[in-house]
Design a protein around this ligand. Sequence first.
Ligand code: DLL
Length: 419
Amino acid sequence: MSHEELLKGLRKTVEQVLKAPYYKKKLAQVDIHYPHDIKKLDDFWKIPLTEKEDLRQNYPFGLFAEPMEKIVRVHASSGTTGKPTVVGYTRDDIKLWAKIVANGLRRIGVTSNDVVQVAYGYGLFTGGMGLHYGCEELGALAIPISGGNTQRQLMIMRDFGSTVLCCTPSYALYLAESLEEAGISRDELKLRVGVFGAEPWTDQMRDEIEARLGIRAVDIYGLSEIMGPGVSMECLKGEGLHIDEHFYPEILDKDGNPVPEGTDGELVLTSIDKKGFPVLRYRTKDLTSISYGQCVCGHHGWTMKRVSARVDDMLIIRGVNVFPSQVEEAILTVGGIEPHYLIIVDREGNLDSMEVLVELSADSFTDEIRQLEELQESLEEKIEDILGLTVKVRLVEPKSITRSEGKAKRVIDKRQEKL
Ligand code: DLL
């Protein structure tokens, strides 16, 4: 997209958000009253960032930019505390979203001959319906099975000949494990590729999933506030997740200043061409970096690195910043354990403690105390090497950590209960 086209798109979004009184007031503070007040990118960058709190204050429908009779669907964020943030879509928005998801799927070779098992939740969460409409737009067969009911997932996967699996990476692992338990072999399945996202996952986790399911696993990113899944997605040829041209990305440091291309920071997104719920400079709280260029797959534009964590996932333990993904990276390089873990953070007196529960694999589950101690020590060393922090590892029995059917919960922070 040329510079002029980008400015044109941004002006369109400004024009649309000005229909919502809240934005009108906010933009007036920086002297933006009309779309043509955006003459250059510098004018756009003056616009105050939009935060989740802005959405909360306008709960439920206050930031919709079209009259309710034009809104044909709502979705909501998957936050577990407080009121959800609600987003609205016009008929055109739904069509655009379907096109964006279809493009992403097409890039990984999905065609009208594919059978796509959509095991993301259907409902207010955008995962299920987002992928579903993308498949239909492409002409692929969508199986709207939603998340959970694992035994049924396996039966349908085999009997319907699913070629593509869409779910969270943690659920993909659970499905892999359940297939092994049910004695269903890879040869009985037609599965070829997985489209996994909605939560952070590491490259180590990708290797594990690819090996156990015998498929290619690609990362899909998105958030309800911006649209849903499909904001960006990996291809099979290049590196990183290609950002669709209907989203304008910026990366800011913790003080809100832009960082150079390729530098990590918080992703801020602006929607282009969205009508019902247009968003200007939305702070995603997701940590990544972006670069501009051409990929061998044909995509030309912005590409982002996989999201390793959210700003608010960061644990500060004895002054050290820790992300759950770092723990995942460490434990998945050690053999004899399953990729299921839970981090428990606590405070004893004034001192923070971190314990990592790691599940033994059935093969390494033994009464040999010495062997278990060695495994535990090597895990502690690996984690300490990466974090620079002493941690305690507790090896637990196979299958004792709760499996996730949607977004996995990796951390229990008991310090919050003590505040
Ligand atoms: O999780 C949309 C989605 C559905 C994306 C299905 C991909 C697949 P929300 O429930 O609004 O929407 O949660 C959005 O989830 O800000 C990230 O923190 C996280 N997230 C989503 N995709 C990824 C990913 C959906 N691929 C929040 N990697 C976002 C890491 C992700 N984090």
